[in-house]
Write a protein that binds this ligand. Sequence first.
Ligand code: NAD
Length: 350
Amino acid sequence: MNQPSEKALVPFVSVENMMRLVHHIGIETVLRDLADYVEADFRRWELFDKTPRVASHSDVGVIELMPTSDGEAYGFKYVNGHPKNTSEGLQTVTAFGLLADVYTGYPVLLTEMTVLTALRTAATSAMVAKHLAPKGSKTMAMIGNGAQSEFQTLAMKAIVGIENVRLYDVDAAASEKCARNLKGQGVNVTICKTPEEAIQGAQILTTCTADKKNATILSDNMVGAGVHINAIGGDCPGKTELAADILNRSDVFVEFPPQTRIEGEIQQMPEDFPVTEMWEVIEGKAAGRCDDKQITLFDGVGFAIEDFSALRYIRDQVKDSGFCENLDMLADPDDPRDLFGMVQRAVPVS
Ligand code: NAD
């Protein structure tokens, strides 16, 4: 039988190992470290290959591939978005991803990315809020209390320093679940009956709902001066969360404009609607928050570079650790041209 060489074995992080790794490191440390990896990659934004994600839409959802490369490593994520799934006992978003060595083309990591996407999305939201939210923000409204919501809350606590979260969801059971999970995590939790109640006194408004339609989670009259909006649930054509009037009153910050114009809140706006790329704010090339009255709006759809950062982070953590197993997923004949001969070695002996 073929014995794969060490270099052909691919480290694989299962869901079980991802969960163990998060607890081994500590979730808030993971979120802080991930935010640092994402920020570091935003600082070298210009050297990455960038393309809007490749999406395959159906009536019920979307399946997407998200590739990028920094010239040394190549990464991609497979991710779906199916809002109807929860009613069937399935996740809205599931994902896995791969990192490869550009020099050989060989994969160096295969990992679950459903948990990792929630972590990286939360880390990105909080990293952006660190730059744009009012200084000293202590309260966040969290509208949409599904799979992402606890991660979003803990990242805002760990990276921005929020102390209070005000929850609202059309499904009260989702808010109760979120409150239960956040118990003992060092955040004061208030469950609210309306979105209007949830935004009372909040400096950061996070919208993270799932519905494949143009929804109005926040209407214009709900949003006061000086807040930071972290709008991350609308991430697909025909799926938005904010009234267009809010966009007209805000300074809008995005990841990669060609993708956000297709998928983000700004899909509602004319093609030349002004936006600022977040990497430019981080690099000091563009202004972020300029005054106390300004509404800053992160129209976050999730970009491939954030997944690349997350893949890099996991690769660095699982090196020489017990949190992965080696997969025999690359054919590796002793003579590289003798693939057929290698297959023949598996002929059953009668
Ligand atoms: P989820 O299905 O687990 O939770 C969504 C929640 O929104 C549910 O609890 C639902 O009851 C609630 N909801 C629906 N309509 C609502 C409304 N009008 N008002 C208040 N609550 C409402 O989904 P999830 O995994 O938490 O993801 C939420 C959204 O975020 C999805 O649309 C997903 O595609 C998106 N997402 C974006 C990124 C990104 O990088 N921007 C990453 C991950 C997920």
